[in-house]
Design a protein around this ligand. Sequence first.
Ligand SMILES: N[C@@H](CCC(=O)N[C@@H](CS)C(=O)NCC(=O)O)C(=O)O
Length: 355
Amino acid sequence: MSQPVPKAALYYSPASIWASVPLLALEEKGYGSDEVDLKEVNLATGENFRPSYLRLNPAGTVPTLVVPLQKTLSPEIESRYKAIQDTKAIVEFLDKSRSAQSRTHTTSTAPSPSLAPATIAFNVVSGQIIELLHSHGADPNALFYMNARTEGELKELAKTLLPFVSGRRETLSKLLADSDSGALHVSEKTKAFWQVKLIATDKFVQVYQDAEKSEGALSDEARQARQEYLRSAKAAWIALKDVLSALNKEVIGPFVLGDQLSVADLHLAAWLARIASLSGASASDDGNAAVAKIEAHVGDGFSLDREFSVAEARRRAGIPVTGVEPTERQSKLAAFWDAVKERPSWKKVYGEGLH
Ligand SMILES: N[C@@H](CCC(=O)N[C@@H](CS)C(=O)NCC(=O)O)C(=O)O
C-alpha cells in the first residue's frame, strides 16, 4: 500500500492582507482543495504569538507555508518539513510547484498558468512593485491601526479595534507571566519578542481605551499619547500619497505587467483591497468608485492621473468593451481593480467583503 503523500499546510487568517496573497495564488494556479491544508491562525487572540506557532515562524506573522521534504531513499518514507515564512517566497514557491504538467496527487485539472514575469525587464518591474507594497511607507497593517485622524474617527475605530488589541495583549501578558513563573520554558529571545509586542500592543490599547473621553478628561500622559497617535496617523496617510502615485505610474495596466497576470498582481490586489476597505469602499464598487473613495479618504484634494484608456484596459483584461467611448480614460489603479475583480480568485477571497 502506498504511503499517503504528505501535504503542504498554509497558515493564514481570513482577515489578514498578506495571507490573502497566497490564497489568491492557490486559486490562480488551480490548486485542488486536496493539495494544501488551510490552517487558520486567530490573530485576535494572539495565537500567532504562541510558542507552537513561533516554532514555524519566529516573526509570528501569517502567512506561513509548511511544506514536506521527503527523503525517499530511506526504506521507511521519512518526512521532514520546512517552513516558508514570507508572502513573496510563498507565492513564488506555489507558482513553481504546480505547472501545466502537474497531473498527479491532485483532484484538480484546472490549467496552471505561470505567474512568473516572462522577461528580465518584467522581473525588475514586478520586483520593484512588490518591494514598494511591502515597504514601511505602504504598510497596510499600520494603516489599519491608524485609520483615524480626528478624535471622532478615533472613537469609531476604537469600537472595533479595542477588542482585537485587548485579546492580543491578554495573551502576551499571560505568556510572559507563564514564562516568568517557570510554567513555560522559552528562550530569552522569545521573551524579548513578547515584550516588544506587548509594549506596541499596549500603546494602542491605551489610546483606544481612552477614545471615549474628551481631551479635558485625559491625564497628561494619555493626552500626549492621543496627540502622538493622531500625528502618526496623519503622517501615515500623507505618506500613502506617494505610494499610490508611484503605483499608478509604474503599473503598465491594467495588470502590473500589462495583459499577463503575474505574482505582482496578487500582492497589489490584496494591498489595494485593504486600502479600499479602510477608505470605505466595498467589494461591489467598480474601479472608478473604489479609487474615488480612496482619493477622498486620503484627502487634501489628492487625485491620481487618469490617462489610461478604458477600452484598452478592457481589451487587455479580456473584459467586453461594448458601450465604452474610445476617448474614455481612467486611472491605472481603477483599471487594475476592474480587471482583478472579474477573476474567480478575487471573488473567492473578497466575495464576502473586503478586508
Ligand atoms: N513580511 C511578512 C509580513 C506578514 C505580516 O505582517 N502579516 C501580518 C498579517 S497581514 C501578521 O501576521 N501580523 C502579525 C500580528 O498581527 O501580530 C510577509 O510578507 O509575510
